[in-house]
Design a protein around this ligand. Structure first.
Ligand code: PMV
Ligand code: MG
Length: 362
């Protein structure tokens, strides 16, 4: 039997940086570019993991009891392997017999030369692997349980990160997300059985679908320079002591009320409220960057935002900033040719992305 599962990439719409603190909200969307994971029974007692990410790699593994032994260990597979291990631990706990299989991974989240767009390829590959193996082993776990497995896999590899990217990729569509307590999850992981932890309520964690804005178009501009989320988050975290007139706590409060207002405006189809919240979030992130000495809004992102504003859109950096993408919400009726022409002259590439609509509800 062959199982094929795809998981979408994501974009942050609002709430970045604050969402790394337990319980703070963010809004994200899943986009219609995917990582696909295919599971098929291995032809012999050696399984293969192959990917076209990072210009293509292949890894061989074999089974020793419930362990997966690898030769040689490869870094780009760390998310895949973490996902495999956590799902197999769940399978064992559920009394399902382990198998040897081939995993084949294909990605649309990098451009042809292998450059990342900042669409969350680590999260998507983690989610696609978790979902593919949960399906392959027929574990019967719902989406929230699979999200928890993917989050556990991801915190095993990454020091920081709110998990919003994992939730967006797992749920699809537009989501409001609040972040779980990573320290709590790490501690619990050592102390209790996996399936017990998966069944528990996690402090801070929530995912709710939100209504996409109706009369607005989402534009995504890519600045062409990749950015390291973990480095940017580390920078902010180590310089958040504040200075005259600015505190990190004030930023967090501001972000929470801004994202809550944004979600309420989405719920009420209040276009002005939606645009105002995006602009307010840009100011908050700008302030955070200034006061922590972190370049969130690069000159190229500023150009992207200012051009969009001049054409009647509301715009901000997406995610950690420092490069990657900026997003714009603009009236569906607005003529955008002129805006796109300015972007093109500034070497800002429009990514032709749409919402990935979630398949099935659970
Ligand atoms: O740059 P991205 O798309 O990886 O987004 C990072 C968003 C942060 O809030 C800054 C970090 C996080 O893990 O939520
Ligand atoms: Mg980024």
């Amino acid at each position: 039997m062959i199982t094929e599962v795809r998981a979408p990439g994501k974009l942050y719409i609002a709430g970045e940086y604050a969402v790394v603190e337990t319980g703070y909200p963010a809004v994200l969307i899943a986009v219609d570019r995917y990582i696909t994971v295919r599971v098929s029974p291995a032809a012999s007692d050696t399984g293969h993991i192959t990917t076209d990410q990072n210009a293509g790699s292949r890894l061989e593994w074999y089974r020793q009891g419930s362990d997966m032994l690898i030769e040689p260990d490869r870094d780009q597979f760390s998310f895949v392997l973490a996902a495999v291990r956590v799902v197999e631990e769940a399978a064992v706990a559920l009394g399902v017999e382990l198998q040897v299989y081939d995993l084949d991974i294909t990605s649309e989240l990098d451009d042809d030369s292998g450059r990342k767009f900042g669409l969350g390829s680590s999260a998507a590959v983690t989610v696609a692997t978790v979902r593919a193996l949960c399906t392959h082993y027929q574990l019967g776990l719902d989406r929230m349980a699979q999200l928890k497995l993917a989050l556990l896999a991801s915190i095993g590899v990454q020091r920081s990160g709110s998990g919003g990217d994992v939730a967006a990729s797992m749920f699809g569509g537009w989501i409001a997300y609040t972040s779980f307590d990573r320290d709590w999850a790490r501690e619990q992981r050592e102390q209790r059985p996996l399936m017990d932890l998966v069944a528990a309520d996690w402090p801070g964690l929530s995912v709710r679908r939100v209504v996409p804005p109706d009369h607005l178009r989402l534009l995504v501009g890519w600045t062409g320079s990749p950015a390291s989320t973990s480095r940017l988050v580390d920078d902010v975290q180590s310089n958040k002591s504040g200075d005259a007139g600015w505190t990190y706590a004030g930023f967090l409060d501001g972000s929470r009320s801004c994202v809550e207002a944004f979600v309420a405006a989405l719920d009420h189809e209040d276009t002005d409220g939606i645009m105002a919240a995006i602009r307010r979030n840009r100011e908050l992130l700008h302030g955070l960057g200034e006061h922590t000495g972190t370049t969130i809004e690069t000159p190229q992102l500023r150009r992207l935002i200012e051009t969009a504003e001049a054409h009647g859109g509301a715009a901000k950096t997406s995610g950690a900033g420092g490069g990657d993408c900026g997003i714009v919400l603009i009236s569906e009726d607005a003529r955008i040719d002129d805006l796109l022409a300015v972007w093109e002259r500034a070497d800002i590439r429009v990514l032709n992305l749409h919402e990935h609509r979630p398949d099935g509800e659970d």
